[in-house]
Design a binder for this molecule. Structure first.
Ligand SMILES: CC(C)(COP(=O)(O)OP(=O)(O)OC[C@H]1O[C@@H](n2cnc3c(N)ncnc32)[C@H](O)[C@@H]1OP(=O)(O)O)[C@@H](O)C(=O)NCCC(=O)NCCS
Length: 182
């Protein structure tokens, strides 16, 4: 995958990550998570989550994992503007699926939010999910993350259940959202 697309007048390139991207991926992941969720979590829970999730060695392993697709959206200068990660995985018990792929992470850097890049990245993610044989595309999103839920609804996802996602020591409720890909 290597697509040059225009997102609200700005050129954006969607490509697969390589190990050379591990550090930049760790940075944008930690920064975006912090900017989005710091106000709603204790500093200690944030610290625990960030240090256990966003480190160049961890992102390097993710990029090398053949079971995980890591797609990057880069601006005209090559800087990372957003990313998506997806894998074959089942949603929680009780949600009927045939061939599910999980959108594990989907982040757009703050300066690019609200500018159409998220839609472009989602289209690339869907294409990658189809390439893995997906008939259902699903994700977990914090029940209090209204902006992300509004975006996912615009993309055709609907709420089908809930699951627990632990931030530091805090078990939080994620809404599980799904869309069929036929
Ligand atoms: C979630 C994310 C990818 C969406 O991308 P985006 O560019 O912000 O999405 P859009 O602006 O196209 O759509 C968001 C919608 O939510 C609306 N919105 C904005 N703030 C909102 C809020 N506080 N409450 C409800 N809706 C809100 C916007 O108006 C927009 O709807 P509209 O197009 O009808 O006006 C991006 O915001 C992001 O990466 N956020 C930080 C990380 C994150 O939360 N990732 C998802 C984890 S599951």
């Amino acid at each position: 995958m290597n697509a040059n697309v225009v997102s609200h007048g700005a050129a954006v390139n969607i490509r697969r990550a390589t190990v050379a991207d591990a550090e930049a991926l760790a940075q944008i992941g930690a920064r975006t998570f912090f900017e989005t969720f710091a106000a709603d979590n204790t500093p200690e829970d944030m610290r625990m989550f960030l240090t256990s999730t966003w480190r160049p060695d961890l992102q390097r392993a993710e990029i090398l994992d053949p079971g995980l697709d890591t797609l990057l959206a880069c601006d005209a200068g090559g800087a990372l503007a957003g990313f998506a990660q997806l894998r074959v995985a089942h949603p929680p018990t009780g949600i009927a699926v045939r061939s599910p792929v999980e959108l594990k992470r989907f982040y757009v850097d703050k300066p690019w939010q609200g500018r159409g890049l998220a839609r472009t990245l989602m289209e690339a993610a869907e294409q990658a999910a189809r390439a893995r044989g997906a008939r259902e595309f699903w994700l977990g999103v914090w029940e209090r993350n209204e902006r992300a839920q509004a975006f996912y609804r615009k993309c055709g996802f609907r709420k089908v259940g809930t699951q627990i996602f632990v931030v530091g020591t805090d078990p939080q409720t994620d809404n599980v959202m799904l869309r069929e890909l036929e």
